[in-house]
Design a protein around this ligand. Structure first.
Ligand SMILES: Cc1cc2nc3c(=O)[nH]c(=O)nc-3n(C[C@H](O)[C@H](O)[C@H](O)COP(=O)(O)OP(=O)(O)OC[C@H]3O[C@@H](n4cnc5c(N)ncnc54)[C@H](O)[C@@H]3O)c2cc1C
Length: 402
């Protein structure tokens, strides 16, 4: 494996850094830093989306003919890493990362023409309607029903944990079009063109951290044209699985984790240790930070190994499951150390003081303001995008042959 950057790649790093330095305004960086959850505050993330779209850098994973960047795997890694380091707001990516690649592979020509340019520009915001109460890991058991009526499907049922459905104008969803045969055989993949379609309602679910990130969506005789189906009727499971490959492969974990370690160091320098002195000088806490740092460095090198494999045309296979498990668990360890480090300041519940542009002075010092929300929110990292237990099952099967 070649780890040193080539001259061209080094030039690319400089280009990316110059772009980020110019375009990431202080308020956008603030939105990146203050994010309590998976994505940055929606409006700031969306503004960043449009800036990247204008530059032609919004879809590094798309083929060039559809508006992708044409970057190598190494360049994509560099861009993601530099963006995280510079505190770019994390963009809500269901359009670019998920439904876009699905449309390129399974969509009809008119669907590609209609949807892909608007995903790139940010004119459309897509949310993901997969999970239902009782159908998460066992997704194929989903019950939301679509019945034909003339040229439409009429949809009834509910979807849950739908991230940012309150901001989306479109939704891609899995619906049951048949109950015959295996559960996987009766599913279809349907696009909803308007989140304001009569019969569709979005109810917020407020997280423990006080954020409105997820929702439950109800369908009461919601009509969607049959022409909005992607792929054949009852063959949506193949489309659904293809999309999930993109949900797990994404930004490198290590870049975000290195940034989180830097924040932990800052907290440790500012907070007192109980035997006296600062936490940063406390041997037990230093050892803990060192252990986490070793985990993150190991993860970084594994990511680089994957990147090297990808640039040689290989498939990441079970490695992406391994990264999901190690990445999310290390993230959880880090956020746990951070709330222990800020001690009592973890307790105040003050989501309004985290809002961008607020004039509310938080009780917690600036370095501790997102520690608790991030701790709470990142508990979900081992659940979403395929729970860690399910990832371990995949590894047991693919790697150990069990
Ligand atoms: C923050 C967040 C955002 C989300 N956003 C979206 C979204 O935008 N759209 C969407 O469709 N979904 C979304 N989800 C849903 C997510 O995909 C599901 O939560 C996930 O698939 C797990 O399903 P579940 O919650 O029903 O848990 P369950 O599947 O009921 O799992 C419960 C527990 O049982 C374990 N388990 C289940 N099956 C097995 C097995 N076979 N072997 C071993 N252990 C098992 C799980 O690991 C877990 O610990 C989101 C979830 C979260 C937390």
């Amino acid at each position: 494996m070649q780890l040193a950057l080539s001259k061209d790649d080094q030039t690319f790093v400089d280009e990316v850094r110059a772009f980020l330095a110019e375009k990431l305004t202080p308020d956008l960086r603030e939105a990146g830093k203050r994010a309590g959850g998976v994505f940055a505050e929606f409006e700031a993330g969306h503004r960043w989306h449009r800036i990247l779209a204008e530059k032609g850098w919004i879809a590094p994973n798309w083929p060039k003919e559809y508006g992708g960047t044409g970057w190598s795997a190494i360049q994509r890694y560099i861009f993601a890493e530099e963006s995280v380091r510079a505190n770019a707001p994390r963009i809500f990516f269901m359009g670019v990362r998920m439904v876009g690649p699905v449309l390129m592979r399974f969509g009809r020509e008119e669907q590609k023409k209609k949807y892909l340019p608007r995903i790139l520009s940010g004119d459309d915001v897509w949310c993901q309607g997969y999970s239902e109460p009782g159908s998460g890991s066992d997704l194929a058991s989903l019950k939301t029903r679509a019945e034909r009526d003339g040229s439409d499907y009429v949809i009834n049922g509910t979807k849950i944990w739908t991230t940012f459905a309150q901001h989306a104008n479109r939704m891609f969803c899995l619906v049951r079009t048949s109950t015959a045969g295996k559960p996987q055989d009766g599913i279809s993949f349907v696009l909803l063109d308007d989140m304001k379609t009569p019969g569709l309602s979005v109810k917020p679910i407020i997280t423990l951290a006080g954020d409105h990130e997820v929702n439950q969506v109800f369908f009461d005789n919601v009509r969607a044209p049959i022409a909005n189906r992607v792929g054949e009727e009852n063959e949506g499971w193949t489309v659904a699985k293809y999309l999930l490959e993109f949900e797990r492969g994404g930004d490198p974990y290590s870049a975000g984790l290195h940034t989180a370690i830097a924040s932990l160091h800052a907290i440790a320098k500012a907070e007192a240790a109980s035997p006296g002195g600062m936490l940063a000088d406390d041997p037990a806490f230093r050892q803990r930070m060192a252990e986490i740092e070793i985990d993150v460095t190991a993860l970084e090198f594994t990511e680089k190994r994957i990147m090297s494999a990808l640039s040689n045309g290989q498939n990441p296979g079970a490695m992406s499951s391994m990264m999901k498990v190690r990445g999310s668990e290390t993230l959880q360890k880090l956020t746990e150390a951070a709330i222990e480090a800020i001690g009592y300041y973890a307790a105040p519940f003050e989501p309004e003081a985290r809002a961008l542009g607020t004039n509310i002075v938080p009780i917690a010092p600036e370095h501790g303001i997102t520690a608790m929300p991030q701790y709470l929110n990142h508990r979900a990292a081992s659940i979403y995008a395929g729970s860690n237990e399910v990832q371990r099952n995949i590894m047991a099967k693919l790697v150990l042959g069990l």
